[in-house]
Ligand binder design. Structure first.
Ligand code: ATP
Ligand code: MG
Length: 668
């Protein structure tokens, strides 16, 4: 049982004006969304421009049952639209041309700029024309390897304007990982920047792209064009160095962005695409293995990200919204670009890190732009929590109304800190559970409606029908724990894995025919709240007791000395498996036997004697993906001292591995 079962109610003053202002209203709308999806989504799609309207007898169709034929989902098939037109032209036509779409905040606090909706539309058209001039047409893939700069957003929208499919790879992946993905998606064009500063660290993006293009060429994959933003010369470098002139430009292939757009027209007609045409592809984070090239299509994704953004963040037209996720992740796509723009939102686009120039950068930025909705990841919250409350309190963050979390289960300690210290006990915390595959939020509180429980992603969004299955595939009714699956598609669900529909069917639909299988475990409590317990692959089975990683980790971090924890199972001759716990201590705490004993006791008392950890391993760092998630499969190897780690290309910092093996406690 989670330790924190107290319920936190939305602030009544906030609820009063929220779009969905009570739990009963949520329930009513939710039931309608399941009973009559045509009526529910039919109302929402009216705000968009459809060049060929949606036909109601072709509203949505799907097959989730592999025994009945190929898996597919189609929403609004046959209708035509253009997402770029809907998030820019339509917004400008509604009178928001002079509204700020993005405040850009650079890595260095001296660097910032802004872009209105009208200007963004012009820049997008210019770049669409450039892409067209390079021969890019509907359906072609465009590989994007960019920092968090305005040109990244412009590139995405420019692709979608002409029906090209963007494939963003987080600019931080190695040349090998990027080359793999470029070849997999078949892109012949790369859009990048010369380089970027992330905190005090320099990344030479163009030189990485040079290696990528060489690697591709060696595998007979020719990159015809590389468009490069000259970013370095316009920003302040942390060490006052001049790195801007060092990139190599290959004649005929590489071209500077500014030269490319110089004579480009500021108008470009949108290409009308079928609702079910590919919109973009994006590789998953790779927490559990080789990343999957998730494919999303136009209409459903547009409608779903717009609807979830509006309801989950309760965005109102004067608000300033900030999502810290990089554009290289699905969160950056759905809630950094498409969802907010579809709602004419003003967003902050931040290039830097939470720790530069100081550990209060997030709070500085919130204060500077008077941010109303803030959306970040538990890994950032836990890291910032380590530096204490003072850093937050030094800033005026009272503009905040809704604060969100995404990416991993948030432990109750971190939730409470976020709620109390950052949110000042007046903001709703939206713990949004979703995946690259789901396109948008699927389990989430609504800030004006849902009573919150720390660490619970609460209830399904409209149109989403979750279920819990046991090992045999039987649905668990009421309270219980099992495989989290979905019984029917919502508009934003993925349609395929790029170029590999069989892997799509095998990964998500073969284990339990008739359901979309998330790969995550969840528990439903007596009040019907969903609690994500972690990846199915990470489940612990000790002496026949099934436990989730999230549950044990949350408990360990309740100890004041522990900032972060990760737990894996290790084979045990008698118990079958035993617990091997990795812990990071809070700032300046010295780890000793006393703390170790207290942690053991905590688990004994709160979970049971059978769960007493066999090993508690104090480490300065944990292996994480580049999106900040703990890679427990690597920890399982460390636990048994096995150096055959498998694919580690998605690991953010490979030096962690040595540290982990070196810090293994003796006799573990
Ligand atoms: P891969 O699929 O390649 O292993 P990944 O699953 O980490 O990588 P993403 O699609 O970025 O790739 O992440 C989705 C996963 O993140 C979910 O399946 C879940 O495990 C976790 N997750 C996301 N949000 C939450 C949340 N609010 N609570 C708990 N877990 C979450
Ligand atoms: Mg996944």
């Amino acid at each position: 049982m989670p330790s924190e079962t107290k319920v936190y109610y939305p602030n009544p003053n906030f609820s009063k004006n929220a779009y969905i202002n009570s739990f009963s209203q949520y329930r009513e709308m939710y039931l309608q969304s399941l009973d009559n999806p045509e009526a529910f989504w039919g109302e929402i799609i009216k705000q968009f421009h459809w060049e060929t309207p949606v036909e109601y007898d072709n509203f949505f169709r799907y097959n989730f049952d592999i025994r009945k034929g190929p898996i597919y989902t189609k929403w609004f098939d046959g209708a035509t639209t253009n997402i770029c037109y809907n998030v820019l032209d339509r917004i400008v036509q509604r009178g928001y041309g002079d509204k700020v779409a993005y405040y850009w905040e650079g890595n260095h606090p001296d660097d910032y700029s802004r872009l209105t909706y009208r200007k963004l539309l012009e820049e997008v058209c210019k770049f669409s024309n450039v892409l067209k001039s390079k021969g890019i047409k509907k359906g072609d893939r465009v590989a994007v390897y960019m920092p968090m700069i305005l040109e990244a957003v412009i590139t995405l929208l420019a692709c979608t304007r002409i029906g090209a499919v963007h494939s963003v790879v987080f600019a931080g992946f190695s040349a090998d990982s990027f080359a793999e993905r470029v070849i997999d998606c078949g892109a012949e064009i790369i859009v990048t920047a010369d380089g970027v500063w992330r905190g005090p660290k320099f990344l030479g993006l163009k030189s990485i792209c040079d290696q990528v293009m060489d690697k591709c060429a060696r595998r007979n994959h020719n990159i015809r064009h590389c468009i490069v933003v000259a970013h370095l010369k316009r920003v302040t470098s942390p060490d006052n160095s001049q790195k801007s002139n060092k990139v190599h430009m290959k004649e005929g292939r590489d071209i500077w962005w500014n030269d490319a757009v110089a004579d480009s027209s500021i108008t470009c007609p949108p290409v009308w695409t079928n609702s079910e045409d590919p919109l973009f592809m994006l590789y998953t984070s790779g927490s559990t293995g080789k990343p999957k090239g998730v494919l999303h299509t136009v209409g459903g994704y547009m409608v779903y990200t717009a609807a979830t953004f509006k309801c989950v963040f309760d965005y109102k037209s004067k608000d300033v919204y900030w999502c810290t996720a990089d554009i290289g992740w699905i969160t950056g796509h759905s809630y950094g670009v498409y969802g907010p723009l579809a709602n004419a939102a003003t967003c902050v686009l931040f290039e830097g890190t939470p720790f530069y120039p100081d550990n209060d950068r997030f709070w500085t930025v919130i204060e500077k732009y008077k941010v109303n909705q803030f959306y970040t990841a538990p890994t950032a919250i836990r890291a910032l929590m380590k530096y204490g409350d003072d850093l937050v309190r030094r800033h005026d963050v009272s503009s905040l109304k809704v604060i969100g979390s995404v990416g991993e289960p948030i432990n109750s300690e971190a939730w409470l800190w976020y709620y109390k210290v950052v949110g000042g006990e007046k903001c709703s915390v939206v713990d949004t559970f979703w995946q690259t595959e789901t396109g948008g939020h699927v389990l989430t509180p609504l800030p004006g409606a849902t009573p919150m429980k720390p660490g619970s992603a609460t209830f399904p969004f409209f149109g989403v029908q979750p279920a819990l299955l046991d090992e045999s595939g039987k649905e668990i009714e009421g309270e219980g724990e099992g495989y989290l699956v979905f019984k029917r598609p919502w508009p934003g669900i993925m349609r395929s894995l790029f170029g590999n529909h069989e892997r799509y069917e095998a990964t998500y639909f073969s284990k339990f025919p008739g359901y979309y299988c998330t790969g995550d475990g969840a528990r439903r409590d007596a009040d019907g709240y969903f609690w994500i317990t972690g990846r199915i692959d990470d489940m612990l089975n000790v002496s026949g007791h099934l436990m989730s990683t999230a549950e044990v980790e949350s408990l360990l971090t309740e100890h004041k000395a522990i900032a972060e924890a990760a737990v894996v199972s290790k084979p045990h001759p008698i118990k079958g498996e035993c617990l091997y716990c990795f812990v990071i201590t809070s700032n300046e705490t010295h780890f000793d036997d006393n703390i170790k004993k207290e942690l053991s006791l905590l688990i004994r008392e709160r979970i049971g004697a059978f769960a007493t950890p066999d090993v508690i391993h104090n480490t300065p760092s944990l292996p994480k993906t580049r999106s900040g998630k703990i890679m427990r499969r690597i920890l399982r190897k460390v636990a048994v001292n096995d150096r055959n780690l498998g694919d580690v290309s998605t690991l953010a910092d490979s030096t962690v591995i040595e540290t982990l093996f070196a810090s293994r406690p003796v006799c573990s």
